[in-house]
Design a protein around this ligand. Structure first.
Ligand code: RNT
Ligand code: ZN
Length: 421
């Protein structure tokens, strides 16, 4: 499709949306302002660049052996650039502490500092990207028994507290250099495979460790902290110290962001309904948009009802400025660059659908006690021609349309990925 064709098509659908009281131009303007955080760890199967790489652990599992994964920071950045070139808009990249550049030296987690991320920061600046950050509480000998901040041994807790503290400083350095606050998100694997005799002790220790990490106030203009709950993991099926209730209480009392990961709840439970609940009490939250299949499997985000509901809750409730949206999945069975593009484009398309919703009209039907009319309109909306608006958005932002961007991925696979053995 040419630019002219997408413009002509848009003119038609603009009227269709206009009949419903929806301003397509306004929706496009708002979509262009949303920044999503692309997770670096999709690019190398949560590998990182530490000199002494440990097995992943922490209940995280990446399956697949698709060729061409990034082996160096240079390769990972090149892959991210390629992905970002196929995603409309300006965005952010989320890094993990294990992705520092340590020049072949062994720099332990309690020694990481902003200088290990200076190349990432310079790269982000050059590409006009924001950065977000995550301490890495897994893939390390001191996390091998499944406990970190809630560990029963004081010296191990102290090691991880120091890691957490340093990561906040790194986040603040990123925020300062880039002029946009870094969201530093804490997720720990701590839990038991089998029924614990003591559910209380680890949680008491976790609260204490977190308080120690957050002791130093940092300007929210540079860094904001998030905490990420989870129901269970591989090897922590029976008990996870950092549960939803634990962190909800923690986030409210300590004024932290709560991170809702779509894969971290019971399989029939979705995070969409949690957004307007927790935002009654929290100023801001972080989302890890992911897709669990039967369990927290971290599949590539698809254009699913779940995703549409999440986007809808953010937009319809006016939460765009209070919800930081990050992606979190890892699939090594398909082209990793395409995996980023598919998930990010789906997320943005879902947000566009939400921005094109005649929310006022739906709410009026609800207020008029007309659930039949509400249901009828909701169903009708599903087949509105949002794809035309999406095409226009892509053309306007200089990225290929659906169907065309895979050619770019193919070219990149042949020219770049195929040469990595
Ligand atoms: C794990 C959490 C966490 C990780 C990343 C790599 O269950 O979802 O966010 O996926 O930190
Ligand atoms: Zn997550």
């Amino acid at each position: 499709m040419t630019k002219k064709q997408t413009e002509r098509a848009l003119a038609f659908v603009r009227d269709r949306y206009g009949e419903l009281g929806v301003d397509v131009n306004e929706a496009l303007r708002r979509l262009a302002a949303i920044r999503v955080s692309l997770h670096c760890w999709q690019g190398d199967d949560v590998g990182g660049f530490e000199a002494s790489g440990s097995a992943l652990g922490g209940g995280l599992a990446v399956t697949g052996n698709y060729p061409g994964k990034a082996r160096t920071p240079q390769e990972l950045r090149a892959d991210l650039e390629q992905a970002l070139a196929l995603i409309p808009g300006r965005h952010r990249v989320s890094l993990h502490a294990m992705y520092g550049e340590f020049d072949g030296k062994r720099v332990d987690r309690d020694e990481v500092s902003p200088q290990h991320f200076r190349n990432w920061i310079a790269w982000a600046k050059e590409n006009r990207l924001g950065l977000d950050f995550n301490p890495t509480f897994f893939a390390h000998p001191k996390a091998a028994d499944g406990f970190t901040l809630a560990h029963s041994t004081k010296s191990i807790r102290e090691f991880w507290i120091e890691h957490g503290r340093r990561c906040r400083e790194i986040g603040a350095a990123m925020g300062k250099a880039l002029g946009t606050p870094c969201v530093t998100n804490i997720w720990i694997p701590d839990g038991y495979k089998d029924s614990p005799a003591d559910r209380k002790g680890p949680r008491e220790r976790l609260a204490e460790s977190l308080d120690a990490i957050f002791q130093k106030p940092l300007s929210p203009k540079l860094n904001v902290d998030a905490v990420e709950p989870k129901l269970f993991g591989i090897g922590s099926e029976s008990y996870v110290a950092g549960s939803h209730e634990f962190y909800l209480g923690y986030a409210i009392t300590r004024k932290k962001l709560l991170c809702l990961d779509a894969g971290h709840y019971h399989p029939t439970e979705t995070i969409a309904d949690k957004i307007s609940s927790v935002l009654q009490y929290l100023p801001q939250i972080l989302l890890h948009v992911s897709r669990g299949v039967r369990w927290d499997s971290d599949h590539v985000v698809t254009f699913s009802d779940d995703l549409l509901s999440i986007a809808r809750e953010i937009v319809a409730n006016g939460y765009v400025s209070r919800v930081h949206i990050g992606l979190d999945y890892f699939d090594a069975s398909i082209n990793r660059v395409a995996a980023w593009v598919i998930g990010a484009r789906n997320l943005l398309r879902a947000l566009l659908v939400a921005l094109l919703e005649p929310t006022e009209r739906l709410r009026r039907l609800e207020a008029d006690s007309d659930p039949t009319g509400r249901l009828a309109l909701m169903e009708e909306l599903k087949t509105l021609p949002f794809g035309v608006v999406w095409d226009y958005h892509c053309v306007k932002h200089g990225v290929p349309l659906e169907g065309a961007w895979m050619k770019e991925i193919q070219r990149y696979a042949n020219e770049v990925l195929a040469k990595r053995s």
